[in-house]
Design a protein around this ligand. Structure first.
Ligand code: PLP
Length: 388
C-alpha cells in the first residue's frame, strides 16, 4: 500500500480509527476484575453494561434505558427481534421489507418465507426512497410486521421513518427499524419516532468495537426471547425473566466491548451528533461534486444524508478500481455488493459499486486526495470497454 497509515474510507463497514478513549476503555476494563450487574460480588469497579445502556439511552433518547438490550451486532439484534416477534405473535403473517435493505434484514425474512412461516413483500424504491403509495398499496389485512433500514449503506439515503411508522401504526403493524447506519451519524429521537424497535451496531457510527450491538424495544411483551440462560437475577426461577434487559441478555456480557461502546457513545455526545452530521454532509457533497465533474464516473447517490458515496468508472470493474485505490494511493474503499444485493439490481444491473464512506475523523485533505485519485483512475480508464 502506498501510504501508511492508509486513508481509510470504509467507515460504513466499520469505523477506524476509534477515539483514544475507546482504546483506553478496553484496556482499563481488562486491567481490573469486573464487578456489577448483579452477576458478581464486590462493590468496586465499573458496571459497563449500565454505563453503556445509559449512554445509549441518552444519545438515542430511548426511554427507559432498561429497554435497551445488548447483543453481538445489528445482525444479531435483527434476528432476535424478527424471530422473537414471530415467537410472541405466531407464524403466518404478511411481512414487508424493501429492496433498500441489507442482508441482515433480507436473509432472516427470506429464510422465514422459505420455511412457509411468513408471506413476504419486498418494496421497490426510487432515487433511494420508498414512496408512501408504494407502502400503502402493499399493506394487506394480514400484514403484521415491517422491517426496514433507516439509512441505506449503499445510497446513504435516510427513510422518513416518522411517516412510515405513522402509516404502519394506523394499520396496527409492528415496525422494526435497522439503525445499523444511522446511530451516531444523525440525530435519532426514539421517544418521538413511531418505531417499535430500533436495532443498532456498536462498531460503526457509535465508535465501539466489533462484537457489540443492541436494540431498543418499546414494549418488552411484543417480542419473546429466543435465547435463554443465566442473567444473575431471579436465579431460583427456571424460566427467563420477563423484564428488560434480562429478557434478552443471557450469559456473560462482552464487558470490554460494552466499556468501549460506552466510551464511544460518550465521545459522540461530547462532539455532538449534529456537528458530526454537518461535517459529514459538507465532505460528502464535496466528494460527489468532484466525482460528478468527471464524465467517466457514474455516481449513484446525488444528495445522501449519510457520509456514503457509491460510484463506478466506465470501462472498469469496481474491484479493479478498489485495488488501484489501495495499491497506488493507499486509500481503503469497499467494492462489490455491500451485502445489499437488491439495491445493485436496481441501480447498476447487479454489478456492484465502489463505496467511499467517511467518519468524523476523515479530514478535508483526505477527501481532496481521494477525489483526485478517483478522477485520475477514471481519466486513465478505457471508457470504450464495459458499461457504466
Ligand atoms: C444498514 C445495515 N444494517 C445492518 C448491518 C449489519 O451490521 P453488523 O455487521 O454490525 O451486524 C449493516 C452493516 O453493514 C448495515 O449497513
Amino acid at each position: 500500500m502506498a501510504r501508511s497509515p492508509p486513508i481509510y474510507l470504509n467507515n460504513a463497514a466499520t469505523t477506524w480509527p476509534k477515539p483514544p478513549e475507546v482504546l483506553d476503555a478496553v484496556r482499563q476494563s481488562l486491567a481490573l476484575p469486573v464487578f456489577g450487574s448483579g452477576r458478581t460480588t464486590g462493590s468496586q469497579g465499573e458496571d459497563y453494561a449500565t454505563l453503556a445502556r445509559e449512554a445509549l439511552a441518552a444519545l438515542l433518547n430511548a426511554d427507559p434505558p432498561e429497554h435497551v438490550a445488548f447483543t453481538q451486532n445489528a445482525t444479531d439484534s435483527l434476528n432476535i427481534l424478527i424471530q422473537g416477534f414471530l415467537a410472541a405473535n405466531g407464524d403466518g403473517c404478511h411481512v414487508i421489507t424493501t429492496a433498500l435493505d441489507h442482508n441482515s434484514v433480507l436473509r432472516p425474512l427470506h429464510e422465514l418465507e422459505r420455511q412457509g412461516r411468513i408471506q413476504l413483500t419486498v418494496l421497490p424504491f426510487e432515487n433511494g426512497f420508498v414512496g408512501p403509495d408504494t407502502l400503502e398499496s402493499a399493506i394487506t389485512p394480514d400484514t403484521r410486521l415491517m422491517v426496514t433500514a433507516h439509512g441505506s449503506n449503499v445510497l446513504g439515503s435516510v427513510q422518513d421513518i416518522a411517516r412510515i411508522g405513522e402509516s404502519l401504526h394506523d394499520h396496527g403493524i409492528f415496525f422494526i427499524v435497522d439503525g445499523g447506519q444511522t446511530a451516531g451519524h444523525i440525530p435519532v429521537d426514539l421517544r418521538a419516532l413511531p418505531v417499535d424497535a430500533y436495532a443498532f451496531t456498536g462498531h460503526k457510527g457509535l465508535f465501539g468495537i466489533p462484537g457489540t450491538g443492541g436494540f431498543y424495544l418499546r414494549d418488552p411483551e411484543s417480542v419473546a426471547p429466543v435465547c435463554y440462560g443465566g442473567t444473575g437475577t431471579d436465579s431460583f426461577s427456571l424460566y427467563q425473566p420477563r423484564e428488560m434487559p434480562e429478557r434478552f441478555e443471557s450469559g456473560t456480557h462482552n464487558y470490554p466491548g460494552l466499556a468501549a461502546l460506552a466510551a464511544g457513545v460518550n465521545y459522540i455526545a461530547s462532539v455532538g451528533v449534529k456537528t458530526i452530521a454537518e461535517k459529514a454532509e459538507r465532505q460528502t457533497a464535496f466528494l460527489i461534486r468532484e466525482l460528478k465533474s468527471e464524465p467517466n464516473i457514474t455516481v449513484y447517490n446525488e444528495s445522501p444524508s449519510l457520509p456514503i458515496v457509491s460510484f463506478n468508472i466506465r470501462g472498469m470493474e469496481n474491484d479493479d478500481v478498489g485495488f488501484i485505490l489501495a495499491r497506488a494511493y493507499g486509500i481503503v474503499a469497499r467494492t462489490g455488493l455491500h451485502c445489499a444485493p437488491l439495491i445493485h439490481r436496481a441501480i447498476d444491473g447487479g454489478r456492484g459499486s465502489v463505496r467511499l464512506s467517511l467518519s468524523w475523523f476523515t479530514t478535508d485533505e483526505e477527501c481532496r486526495i481521494a477525489a483526485r485519485a478517483v478522477k485520475e483512475i477514471a481519466q486513465n480508464a478505457d471508457s470504450s470497454v464495459g458499461s457504466s
